[in-house]
Design a protein around this ligand. Structure first.
Ligand code: COA
Ligand code: NAP
Length: 261
């Protein structure tokens, strides 16, 4: 069955949406006539992303904000709502990660990842909440398999993403009565993204070995995640809430994928 989704007039706000997986998500909605806002720290990234998204001919807004700073998140939400009205689809995907042994990780090194991934996701959700369309809004957090499975050298990201998973579930409970669904996507290694470069496949050989450990035999593509995001934003997923959904070719069944060579 071919399903053609159309997000004409729908307001889609993507935090961390200026590069990589989250930009891929934003692009899927922009291609299908959504009104898309992307948010991140760096003006250059915001400018490049808005230029890319605008090529699809729809309405696009780019805003600079740091998810660690609630005042800038609130301002970004206000700017987006002033332009496009209540938020139909909220994506929280800003994240930071690097490989480091816990014994060498400073308090700030641990804290910065928790601040971006976990506390940032809370700020985004909490500050967008009054402006979410109800009933009908869909909140999509971008988590990672590390939230559920331990991975050496990533104690910071494992802790932060485990927190994101629980924030997702708890707010699905609290916001369900408003008609707001809250879910998370847990991607496997996706294409030529920053996460892949930093964590999984720093050399072609490492990439080949990582691919061989995935049942479907390949890394994901940006559209694999974008397609799931669109499904979660659509009425086809109208009874799905509080779910942490892997999109990883089956790879998260194999925890060794996340172990360093
Ligand atoms: N190993 C150990 N510690 C590290 C580190 C590494 N590779 N990279 C950063 N840190 C530590 C720093 O030493 C610092 O701690 P300190 O003050 O005790 O020295 C702390 O983390 C903060 O680093 P800083 O560079 O000031 O943070 P930032 O706010 O400029 O950047 C990061 C945040 C570190 C997460 C940065 O990697 C980033 O911006 N990432 C976004 C992109 C990304 O990670 N994408 C992949 C997503 S899966
Ligand atoms: P990425 O390209 O580095 O994307 C991160 C985005 O977040 C960028 O747009 C970045 O832009 C923004 N950002 C970072 N810190 C921010 C902050 N403090 N405030 C606001 N924006 C911030 O990484 P990616 O690999 O595509 O990963 C995207 C998401 O997918 C993350 O949540 C990651 O954990 C998850 N994930 C990725 C993979 C993978 O294979 N790549 C696998 C599993 C899960 P600025 O630098 O301009 O701020």
């Amino acid at each position: 069955m071919r399903i053609e989704l159309d997000f004409s007039g729908r307001h889609v706000m993507v935090f961390g949406g200026t590069t990589g997986i989250n930009l891929g998500i934003a692009d899927c909605f922009a291609q299908r006539r959504g009104r898309v806002t992307v948010v991140s720290r760096k003006q250059d990234n915001v400018d490049a992303a808005t230029a890319q998204l605008s090529k699809h001919g729809g309405e696009v807004l780019g805003v600079v904000a740091d998810v660690r700073d609630p005042a800038t998140v609130e301002a970004a939400v206000a700017a987006s709502v002033a332009r496009f009205g209540p938020i139909d689809v909220l994506v929280s995907g800003a994240a930071g990660n690097f490989l480091a042994e816990a014994k060498n990780l400073s308090p700030n090194g641990f804290g910065v990842v928790v601040d971006i991934d976990l506390k940032g996701t809370f700020h985004v959700m909490r500050l967008a909440y009054p402006h979410l369309a109800r009933p009908g809004a869909s909140v999509i957090n971008i988590t990672a398999p590390q939230g559920q499975k331990p991975a050496r050298l990533q104690v910071h990201a494992c802790a932060a993403k485990a927190g994101v998973d629980q924030v997702t579930r708890v707010l699905a409970q609290e916001w369900g009565p408003d008609g707001i669904r809250v879910n998370a996507i847990s991607p496997g290694p996706i294409g030529d993204t920053e996460g892949v470069r930093r964590l999984v496949a720093s050399t072609p050989d490492a990439k080949r070995r990582a691919e061989a450990r995935i049942p479907l035999g390949r890394f994901g593509e940006l559209d694999d995640i974008g397609n799931l995001a669109m499904f979660l934003a659509s009425p086809y997923s109208g009874y799905i809430s509080g779910a942490i959904i892997p999109c990883d070719g089956g790879g998260s069944m194999d925890v060794e994928r996340y172990q360093p060579e």
